[in-house]
Design a protein around this ligand. Structure first.
Ligand code: URA
Length: 433
């Protein structure tokens, strides 16, 4: 077999066979097929797409390109969730302890933030002492004992995706639904849980800009998950404005704690209850969605979810005194208020602009190698639909970097204020199973 022939076949829009896809992935991981040929192949995929079978085979070959995790020694249903990424998306940190408090085993390998989107690992590392690098046995033991662990990827899980994703990043070939779906699902399947819930975001601050693309990606990922015998469901959620009020690592952790104490933002609480109930259904811990909502609400109100969060932070060596007294978290040196230029109703608060601004304040990474400042970011005071008066605070910027004026202007530009009342669009649009 010659890889050049496979490029020609894909360029002509023909379907590759399973053997051909295996040849591609094996050859690429072993270094036998060079980046320049794979780049040409990926560009052909961008234009010609992939059939469902090709996507299943690609996922399978990537999934088996490295180690996989066996969680079968943990009793009960092991559950995982994945968000395609957004601004202020701290859902996993609330959802994990919440579903664990109801009996699900939340075993999650997470990633870091890049660009305008934040990463769960960075948020956790803003808690002094928190260790994201547990060994595999420790990870399994902790999930068994307290029902939750979140760590960075261990060992060599899906090396094919690591190599391919880096190449896609620099060849402008990320943007393909079958490539995104196989990339995400190969990693989720390798992580070994029984169930997978996907939060596919769409809108200004998301990967998928339209509801239609989000639905296509969600459906394909659910089909892949089912093909591999996993209970996989997806929720399509809006990402036009940041989720909650806080954007930036320790700012978001504080919001997480307040949400677990049942005094969090309405949108974050709503999405956590909704996704949590779907996860409890997947884990067969409840038999109806409403029963799940009730159980979760109860565990937010009675402190059970918060208690699991404390156990989780303690188990991974985080200093819980920061959680118990949020004032202990370091606060950025500069705090700049952005005020409303006029009175009216907020019609827009662009997530992408806010995410990029938080990054520029030091709260995110432009390049993988960048370091982040855990106290930097933005806290919104108002969200879409709110009435504000001229001069009232819209947001506060937190940064250690003195020249923040340009960023303050960008944050102001993220808001649109209009005369007439604005109706908020729904946050959760659809569940796909
Ligand atoms: N996230 C991934 O893990 N893979 C993609 O291809 C896109 C987003």
């Amino acid at each position: 077999m010659r890889f050049n022939d496979l490029i020609a076949k894909k360029r002509a829009g023909e379907e590759l066979t399973e053997d051909e896809i295996e040849f591609f992935i094996d050859g690429y991981v072993r270094g036998e097929i060079p980046d320049y040929q794979v780049s040409a192949f990926l560009m052909a995929v961008i234009f010609k797409g992939m059939t469902k079978n090709e996507t299943f085979w690609l996922t399978d070959k990537m999934l088996h390109s490295g180690e996989t995790i066996d969680l079968s020694s943990i009793e009960g249903k092991k559950v995982d969730k994945h968000s395609t990424g957004g601004v202020g998306d701290k859902t996993s940190l609330v959802l994990g302890p919440l579903v664990a408090s109801c009996g699900a085993k939340f075993a999650k390998m997470s990633g870091r933030g890049l660009g305008h989107t934040g990463g769960t690992l960075d948020k956790l590392e803003s808690i002094p002492g928190f260790n994201i690098s547990l060994g595999r046995e420790e990870f399994i033991e902790q999930v068994r004992r307290i029902g939750i662990s979140i760590i960075g990827q261990t060992g060599e899980l899906v090396p094919a995706d690591k190599k391919l994703y880096a190449l896609r990043d620099v060849t402008n070939t990320v943007d393909s639904i079958p490539l995104i779906a196989s990339s995400i699902m190969s990693k989720k399947l390798a992580a070994g849980t029984d169930t997978i819930l996907l939060d596919v975001k769409f809108g200004d601050g998301a990967f998928m800009k339209t509801m239609e693309d989000a639905r296509k990606l969600a459906k394909l990922m659910v089909e892949i998950g089912k093909h591999f015998g996993k209970d996989t469901r997806a929720e399509i959620t809006a990402m036009d404005e940041p989720l909650g009020y806080a954007v930036g690592n320790n700012l978001e952790v504080k919001e997480v704690v307040n949400t677990l104490l049942n005094k969090g933002p309405k949108d974050l609480t709503e999405i956590c209850l909704h996704s949590g109930s779907t996860m409890l259904l997947q884990a067969k811990l409840v038999s109806t969605f409403e029963e799940g909502m009730e159980m979760l609400r109860k565990n937010l109100e009675n402190g059970a979810a918060y208690k699991v969060f404390l156990d989780f932070i303690k188990a991974q060596e985080g200093d819980v005194s920061y959680i118990e007294n949020l004032d202990k978290f370091p606060v950025a040196l500069y705090r700049e208020k952005v005020n409303a230029p006029r009175s009216g109703y907020i019609a827009r608060c662009k997530a992408l602009t806010i995410g990029l601004a938080a990054m520029k304040l030091g709260g995110g990474r432009e390049k993988k190698e960048d370091t982040i400042d855990m106290s930097a970011g933005i806290v919104l005071k108002h969200k879409i639909g709110d009435r504000v008066e001229k001069g009232e605070e819209l947001a506060t910027l937190y940064t250690e970097r003195p020249n923040f004026e340009a960023v303050a202007k960008e944050v102001l530009g993220a808001f649109e204020i209009v005369d007439d009342p604005v109706e908020k669009s729904p946050l959760i649009l659809e569940t796909i199973e």
